[in-house]
Write a protein that binds this ligand. Structure first.
Ligand SMILES: [Zn+2]
Length: 159
């Protein structure tokens, strides 16, 4: 199984989560619905909100096109123009882009080596696992302090 291979295990840092993703059930539902509507392809999008030492507080989920069409079943590439447009739109609002979510069709909600290569420090990375077209679970990840592996982030559902 690909997800238990040494390459995948080397991506994870087993230290307990120090940070939380505070997010509403509506925002979680939005990510799930997006993942299901794109199945069996990977979908991706941005998390908009704020960040502090404890983690992130998410205000909006913004679906963005996955530009990777060749391997859209297991890779994603955010549309950079959409990213810039949302970034510009948020200027002066007190909100910013604080993370990137994507789906793993028929795969666990754990990050892959490719996800590690494209991850940015300070960003939250929720992954939505979908099975047969239904979103099953969401796990959230961030780069560890050294920036060389992912560690788990607790998800806290808030109003
Ligand atoms: Zn991934």
């Amino acid at each position: 199984m690909r997800f238990s291979s040494p390459a995948y295990l080397a991506v994870l840092d087993d230290a307990p989560a120090k940070t939380r993703l505070r997010i509403s059930s509506a925002c979680c539902a939005r990510m799930r619905e997006h993942a299901e509507s794109g199945y069996p392809l990977e979908v991706c999008g941005l998390l908009v909100g704020n960040m502090d030492r404890q983690g992130w507080r998410i205000a909006q989920i913004r679906p963005v096109e996955n530009l990777n069409r060749e391997r859209a079943a297991d890779r994603f590439q955010l549309d950079p123009a959409a990213y810039q447009a949302i970034d510009r739109e948020l200027r002066g609002t007190g909100l910013e882009i604080v993370g990137v979510y994507h789906s793993h069709p028929d795969c666990p909600a754990r990050p892959s080596p490719t996800d590690l290569d494209s991850a940015w420090e300070g960003f939250a990375y929720p992954i939505v696992s979908t099975r047969n077209g239904s979103a099953t679970n969401i796990l959230c990840w961030q780069l560890n302090d050294k920036g060389e592996r992912f560690r788990a982030v607790d998800i806290e559902i808030v109003a």
